[in-house]
Design a protein around this ligand. Structure first.
Ligand SMILES: NC(=O)c1ccc[n+]([C@@H]2O[C@H](COP(=O)([O-])OP(=O)(O)OC[C@H]3O[C@@H](n4cnc5c(N)ncnc54)[C@H](OP(=O)(O)O)[C@@H]3O)[C@@H](O)[C@H]2O)c1
Length: 261
């Protein structure tokens, strides 16, 4: 057996370029921060230019970060975002499809618009963004070191949520299956895995955690909600040499919640 790779090298992202959609806050910002701390250059995106500017300023304290405003819920938005990023970065090592939206209401109130709002971004957005970044992901890939796609699913796509968020849970189950399908098709040049987060502090989760945070933490086998390091650590693992032999995996990062309910 050859000597083990030093841990600092095994998890290093030095020289890598990553794209994190929805990197301006919440889970996307946790991941962008983790990738930067591991040595990557990171491009973030969200719809609001002022939020992008503020997040780039904050993340730049950790490493080289740039950003663009983009609406990834339309095919055209995904195309122009990818084209703009690839004009400056013809090789992209890591694509994190994190931008997502949720919606909850009593069953009878779920109309076509509420389904479209969630699925257009959570499912089609992941697909079209991936499709348009493929030339740059291919360009960065080598036999020894495939490029990486990390999709952000949810434990709500694994277990049955208590809240009435039908389009969201369906969209996240779709993200998980899309991950497996793309993994099969894009191997061996590109790996495709999903992180299925449990509860993490974010704007999306603010009301839920304010009302039920203590109950949710108490019901989790690990007795707390997620922290930035939990999310960053899993993303760095999947993006680095350490994660090169996984594809098509759905990894719950949820304190064990999906195992008990
Ligand atoms: N937080 C949790 O506990 C949790 C649990 C399971 C899964 N997740 C998943 O984790 C991901 C991030 O969620 P979060 O909780 O961090 O949510 P969040 O705080 O609402 O952040 C969502 C991010 O996506 C961006 N975004 C929203 N719509 C967009 C669009 N059309 N085009 C481009 N960017 C868009 C937002 O910025 P703009 O508003 O400026 O566009 C923001 O940067 C989502 O996929 C979510 O489903 C979260």
């Amino acid at each position: 057996m050859s000597a083990p790779t030093p841990t600092s090298e095994l998890f290093s992202l030095s020289g890598k370029t990553a794209v994190v959609t929805g990197g301006t806050r919440g889970i996307g910002m946790m991941i962008a921060g983790g990738l930067l701390a591991a040595g990557a250059s990171v491009v973030i995106a969200s719809r609001k230019a002022d939020a992008v500017e503020a997040a780039v300023a904050e993340l730049s304290a950790t490493g080289p970060c740039t950003g663009l405003a983009a609406d990834l819920s339309t095919e055209e938005g995904a195309r122009s975002f990818a084209e703009a990023v690839m004009a400056d970065n013809p090789a992209i090592d890591i694509l994190v499809n994190n931008a997502g939206a949720t919606w909850g209401a009593p069953l009878a109130e779920h109309d076509t618009a509420s389904w479209s709002r969630v699925l257009d971004l959570n499912v089609q957005g992941v697909f079209h963004t991936t499709k348009f970044f493929l030339p740059a992901l291919e360009a960065a890939s080598s036999d020894e070191d495939p490029s990486r796609i990390i999709n952000i699913g949810s434990i709500d796509g694994i277990h049955v949520p208590i809240l009435e968020s039908y389009s969201y849970s369906a969209s996240k189950a779709a993200v998980h299956q899309l991950t497996r399908h793309l993994a099969r098709h894009l191997a061996p040049r590109i790996t495709v895995n999903a992180i299925a987060p449990g509860p993490f502090e974010s704007k999306m989760m603010a009301a839920t955690l304010e009302n039920f945070g203590d109950q949710i933490a108490a019901s989790a086998p690990l007795k707390r909600i997620g922290r930035a390091d939990d999310m960053a650590g899993t993303a760095v693992f999947l993006a680095s040499r350490a994660g090169a032999y996984l594809t098509g995996a759905i990894i719950p990062v949820d304190g064990g919640i999906a195992t008990v309910g």
